[in-house]
Structures are given as C-alpha cells and as structure tokens.
Design a protein around this ligand. Structure first.
Ligand SMILES: [Mg+2]
Length: 227
C-alpha cells in the first residue's frame, strides 16, 4: 500500500521544455544551415505545443524537402537528447519512491514525443505509470487523463492523491475536478483572477517534491527516521 499517489505534469513542471526546444531548434537550424530567421520561425510554431501536423507548417514555411514524418522523427529524437529535468527533480522523486509513493505522469501530448522525453530526462525508471493525452483521445483538464495515469500506477482517483503542475487550468482545475489535492509550480506566473486557488503553491519543481516528501513523512511518522 503506497502512502499516496502523486501525478505530475511533464512539460515545464518536471522538465524544462522551453530550453530543450530552444536547444533543439538551434541545433537543427545550424546543422541544416537554415537562413537566419528560421530558428525563430520554428520556435514560434512549436512554442505552445508540437504535434506531427505542426511540421506541415514548418516544412511549408521554410520550404524544406524532408517529409513531415521525417521532420517529426528528428524532432522526437532531438528533443529526447536535449531534454533535462529541473534541478532536484530526479533526487526528489527517488526520495518519494523510497518513501513508498506511487508516482505518475499525466501529460498532454502525442505519446511518442512525451515518452521519448521521459526516457531522455531519466524519468522513465522513476515513475509507476504514464498517460499521454494522445493515448486516450482526451486532453487535460479532462478527467480521463488523470484517471488513466492513476490506473497505470495501480491506484484509483477515489483514494485521493496530489496533482502537481504549472498550468492553472489544465493541471490545477483539472486535478481538483478529478478529486486530487493541487500543488502549483508557479515559476514566473501570477495566479489568474477568478480561478479557485491551488492547495499549495511553490516556485519550482524541487520545492514541490520537497513539500510532498515532508507531507508524506508527517502523515507516516515511521518514515521520519528516513529524514
Ligand atoms: Mg506544463
């Protein structure tokens, strides 16, 4: 029996997607010897999210001769090489795991890129279950994504748990509606007006994991010897 379930968002919560994307775009543009504005154009197209169909736009806008499929594949493998977790994430997740938490990932995105990033960032062996929205045909805040992530951890939303993420709507409102406590990683954001506050707000992923470790150890005093 685990102490509790925690589901994490992936992009810009555990991993720095923006920096990884910028690195990949720079690398791609340099290797391909693309003209000056290309990197900015690709970044703009892929900034919010990246799906195979976004590479139709990349291909047409830049006049590339590659197939959309091969551009997508080079994006997936390139991002897997560039991606890194924020400081403290891997060590923090190991502590949670040692304390008996079930750790899941509930992420919006196509499964091939999301799983490639999990592998590249060293997260795959630390998590018990993953649901990428593309696998279930629904995106957060839809409950289905949280439900499937919990199920793949061998847990049930009905038993409660935590949702950790950077997005007030998809992660925090979605997590609350799924019956989870909410832990917001705010970075440089302000909480939007008119949205019910998260249960806990912390500046970064390291602080989020630290909060969970303490919370779990307070609830299960036998673990405090591990502190
Ligand atoms: Mg995110």
């Amino acid at each position: 029996m685990s102490i509790s379930l925690v589901l994490f968002d992936l992009d810009n919560t555990l991993i720095d997607r923006q920096s990884s994307l910028d690195s990949w775009v720079r690398h791609f543009s340099t290797v391909r010897e693309l003209p000056e504005p290309s990197a900015r154009i690709i970044s703009d197209i892929l900034r919010a999210r990246a799906h195979p169909q976004d590479f139709v736009r990349v291909k047409l806008t830049l006049g590339l001769s590659d197939s959309v499929e091969s551009l997508w594949r080079s994006y997936v493998s390139g991002m897997a090489q560039q991606v890194r977790c924020y400081d403290g994430v891997l060590g923090g997740l190991r502590s949670l795991k040692a304390d008996g938490w079930s750790i899941g990932i509930a992420t919006n995105g196509a499964p091939d890129i999301q799983y490639a990033k999990l592998d590249g960032a060293g997260l795959s062996e630390l998590v018990d279950g993953v649901c990428a929205s593309g696998e279930v045909g629904r995106r957060k805040p839809d409950r289905t994504v949280f439900e499937m992530a919990a199920r793949r951890c061998g847990a049930r939303l009905a038993d409660g748990g935590w949702m950790v993420g950077d997005n007030p709507s998809t992660d925090m409102e979605g997590g609350r509606a799924a019956g989870l406590r909410t832990l917001w990683v705010y970075g440089e954001q302000q909480w939007p007006e008119g949205v019910e506050s998260p249960d806990v707000a912390v500046p970064d992923a390291q602080a989020a994991v630290g909060h969970l470790v303490q919370w779990g150890r307070t609830r299960s005093p036998q673990l405090s010897g591990a502190m």
